[in-house]
Design a protein around this ligand. Structure first.
Ligand code: NOJ
Length: 549
């Protein structure tokens, strides 16, 4: 088994609650997810990432954990989780679970114990307490639509406790080694069950220090390095994925010298892909890629277009954020905190060409692509559901009752199925797209299959090219065996591209989907004509010696 498997992976992000309900209670569950693994496998997915499924009051959809070592009763039993892991592994699909390291639910026994324990005791020190709510004034508020302070008063403890997210999610005190020990025990529990990777939620905020923003502190990195050491001591072929929504240089730090996380989400890139598309100008993408430092050989970026959260604009300038709101979230109902709560298809007004272009970039830029469940069929969202629930609605399997998700009465479902005329389950569903060879589902499958035939996408270097037409984004991906040229038209009109490929003179571009040979590259700029939002992938091959340029 290759220890760097995550470099060649295609990850699918799913929510047990939303995927498939096997019991008819209106809530997705592990047996349901297991029953649908064939679908995931057919899509070409090699790693399945699940949102938190642990016992929880579900006030933050499970990111408020009340017991790390069990399963929420609505989703199944531990035995069923084990069966799911086995079934995924039987299909060569690895599994990635959540390790919510930064905070727990206020219902977690650690917090209940802490609030009753005397101040200064080890138990109390599992969380961060203060007699005032004025400490750490430099720290920003993340859930700005809900919270006014990062401190909340606990009447039992008679002190304030620190929380970076909702006030029902007290932050663990990672400056207390007993906390780190306890989290490592949780990590071991799941890794012992065969879990291949852990997504470390909200890692920048683990430790706190007066006079700082309390983000990305050296002490936090020291905690992560300790977790990595523990992992490496006992387990092999496992992976840690950092969720650090930070600026490029700060995200880079979560790889350490290859001794922290194996992967980290490329948060800075994601919104800029959407920005470049609307601006019909590659600059936002090339600029952020140029600002992305090299990472250690054993590390990998995790790339994504959409996920279960709002499309975050936190790390953009005010002007950039305004632009994104104006173009992608004209209706204030679409906005949440510092972001946009919409799915991929509605963001681009259901324009199939734009969906394909973004996915073609996702699958060809350096990193491992993550596809958010439902986006492979172009599911819509429901911006009226509150918080981020509108992008977590039931998977649309068919045009049948509840979109084929559940046999329950529609009112019993944990959330209504999307049912509007454009994105509703009558129009958008797996069954219909299976039958239609030109569907987005089939197209996505072909794209993934193509990517998976070429290791260069997961492993190769990146060289940005700068054709004079800025509506065109072009780059080379290269490893010892292959060179691939990607050329994308970010605009809605036909565009010419004159690309300087002198370094590849003599090679023959072969379009990778249709295997069509293009004219040999010479010493003059290579000329291509690109249809609206076209994205071409070419393998550059040594052509037969007699072929005319
Ligand atoms: C990041 C998760 O992606 C988000 O869904 C959650 O609300 C916060 N962390 C708090 O756990």
């Amino acid at each position: 088994m290759d220890p760097l498997w995550y470099k060649d992976a295609v990850i699918y992000q799913a929510h047990v609650r939303s995927f498939f309900d096997s019991t008819g209670d209106g809530i997705g569950d592990f047996p349901g997810l297991t029953a649908r693994l064939d679908y995931v496998q057919d899509l070409g997915i090699t790693c399945l990432w699940l949102l938190p499924f642990f016992p929880s009051p579900l006030k933050d959809d499970g990111y408020d954990i009340a017991d790390y070592l069990n399963v929420h009763a609505s989703y199944g039993t531990l035995e069923q989780v084990k069966a799911f892991i086995r079934a995924a592994h039987d299909r060569q699909i690895r599994v990635l679970f959540e390790l919510v390291v930064n905070h727990t639910s206020d219902q977690h026994p650690w917090f209940q114990r802490a609030r009753h324990a005397p101040p200064g005791s080890l138990e109390r020190a599992f969380y961060v307490w203060s007699d005032t709510d004025t400490r750490f004034p430099e720290t920003r508020i993340i859930f700005s639509d809900t919270e006014e302070s990062n401190w909340a008063w606990d009447p039992v403890a008679q002190q304030f406790y620190w929380h970076r997210f909702f006030s029902h999610q007290p932050d663990l005190n990672h400056d207390n080694p007993a906390v780190v020990d306890a989290v490592i025990e949780v990590m071991r529990f799941w890794l012992d069950l065969g879990v291949d990777g852990l997504r470390l939620d909200a890692v920048p905020y683990l430790c706190v220090r007066d006079g700082t923003s309390n983000e990305n502190l050296p002490e936090t990195h020291a905690v992560l390095k300790r977790m990595r050491r523990e992992l490496d001591r006992t387990f092999s072929h496992r992976m840690l994925l950092a969720e650090a929504n930070q600026r490029p240089a700060d995200v880079r730090a979560y790889f350490g010298d290859g001794d922290e996380c194996h992967m980290a989400f490329h948060f800075p890139l994601m919104p800029r892909m959407f920005m470049a598309l609307r601006q019909e100008d590659r600059h936002a993408i090339t600029e952020i890629l140029n600002r992305t430092a090299d990472i250690p050989d054993t590390c990998q970026w995790a790339l994504f277009l959409r996920n279960h959260d709002e499309l975050t604009l936190e790390m953009m300038t005010d002007d950039e954020r305004d632009y994104m709101y104006r173009t992608y979230a004209a209706d204030p109902q679409m906005r949440l905190n510092h972001g946009i709560r919409r799915r991929l298809a509605p963001l681009v007004d259901n324009n199939r060409r734009e969906i394909e272009l973004l996915n073609a970039l996702l699958c060809s830029l350096p990193g491992t692509p993550i596809i958010y469940y439902g986006d492979e069929i172009g599911m819509g969202d429901n911006i009226y559901l509150g918080d981020r629930n509108g992008v977590r609605t039931p998977m649309q399997w068919s045009a049948g009752k509840n979109g084929g998700f559940s046999h329950a009465e529609p009112g019993e479902l944990f959330a209504p199925v999307i049912s509007d005329p454009v994105y509703g389950y009558h129009a958008i569903n797996v069954e219909a797209q299976e039958r239609s060879p030109l569907s987005l589902l089939h197209w996505t499958r072909r794209l993934i299959a193509l990517r998976q035939r070429h290791k260069v996408f997961g492993r190769g270097s990146l060289e940005l090219l700068y054709p004079s037409n800025r509506k065109v984004l072009a780059y080379l991906r290269r490893d010892a065996d292959e060179t691939v040229l990607i050329v994308a038209n970010l605009s809605n009109s036909v565009q010419p591209a004159e690309i300087d490929l002198k370094g590849c003179a003599g090679l023959v571009p072969v379009e990778m989907h249709g295997r069509t040979r293009f004219p040999r590259i010479g010493s003059t700029p290579y000329v291509l004509t690109l249809g609206p939002y076209a994205c071409y992938w070419f393998e550059l091959l040594q052509g037969p010696a007699d072929q005319v340029a």
